[in-house]
Design a protein around this ligand. Structure first.
Ligand code: MEV
Length: 307
């Protein structure tokens, strides 16, 4: 029994989404996490194997906050099933702590594989809700956007606590994702923003509201298939993320490089303080912009086209 889940990028609205503003995210279908369930000896219980990390953890011995074990327990409880005698193996192409949703992708792929092995199919809503519980262990106060876009594997317009809207994207959206090579723990970056907001609520709330307004305009630009307007929204969103203190010199260099090489817009994506940038590019410019990003020191450059 095998299952997989994509990565994600936030097109616009990270951080402000934690405080009730909208955000738009798209799945990155080319970068995937795969989960495989295989039967094991009777009485052996469930063995959790994080193959890329060389970790083998029996469910029975796992700490309550070990994310993969927490997910497995949530799925078994939801299905009202006992622990199966099996091996659950995870392989992921997604970089960890890079803003691409690797934690949520592991949860979604693992939940589907485990449920499938037990003869159940989980709906997108259920998979997303189970993965959200695990996101809280990873991230503290997550908005829920990562688990949502990854479980649905469709572009979403997301407001915390509301039913997500699946966005029809009627024009191919060519994005380059460039890795700064520096990981960043979402939990810590989100906590830092929260602390700074507590000491200066007006400054932060104004910026969050501006980002929310940009996200709504980005949605209209998408509906009107106006990619140059969308690019301007990404640039303006990035400027506000700089103001709330989540960019780094490395991310700034990559964003500038992408713009100078022909991107329609570029910004950091995810929590910032490391991780990745995204650049919206005309399809024919993608090789040149990707080359410039590599020359500027990006650790990896991926291309994804959302339709
Ligand atoms: C992380 O992918 C995006 C943040 O907005 C956190 C969240 O939404 O939970 C930084």
């Amino acid at each position: 029994m095998e299952s997989s889940a994509p990565g994600k990028v936030i097109l616009c609205g990270e951080h402000s989404v934690v405080y009730g503003e909208p955000a738009i995210a798209v799945p990155v279908t080319a970068l995937r996490c795969r989960a495989r369930m295989e039967p094991a000896m009777p009485g052996s219980g469930l063995l959790l194997v994080a193959a890329d990390l060389n970790q083998r953890t029996p469910l029975r011995a796992a700490a309550p906050d070990y994310p993969l074990a927490a997910l497995a327990r949530l799925v078994l409880e939801h299905l009202n099933c006992g622990e199966p005698d099996a091996v659950l193996t995870i392989h992921s192409e997604l970089p960890i702590a890079a803003g691409l949703g690797s934690g949520a992708a592991v949860s979604v792929a693992a939940a589907r594989a485990l449920a499938g092995f037990l003869g159940h199919v989980l709906s997108e809503e259920v998979v997303s809700a189970l993965a959200y519980e695990v996101e809280k262990l990873h991230h503290g106060t997550p908005s829920g956007i990562d688990n949502t876009v990854i479980a649905w594997e469709r572009p979403v317009f997301f407001i915390k606590g509301q039913t997500p809207e699946v966005l029809a994207i009627n024009v191919p959206l060519c994005l380059l994702i460039a890795d700064s090579g520096f990981p960043a723990a979402t939990r810590e970056v989100v906590a830092g923003v929260r602390q700074r907001r507590e000491s200066d609520p007006d400054f932060y709330n104004t910026r969050f509201a501006r980002i929310g307004a940009l996200v709504r305009r980005a949605r209209i630009a998408l509906e009107q298939q106006d990619l140059s307007a969308l690019g301007q929204m990404l640039d303006a969103n990035h400027a506000l993320l700089v103001e709330i203190g989540v960019s780094t010199p490395r991310l700034e260099a990559l964003v500038q490089t992408a713009r100078l090489a022909g991107a329609l817009g570029a910004k950091l994506t995810g929590s910032g303080m490391g991780g990745n940038i995204i650049a919206l590019v005309p399809m024919e410019e993608a090789p040149a912009v990707a080359g410039a990003l590599r020359a500027a020191g990006a650790a990896h450059v991926w291309q994804t086209v959302t339709t």
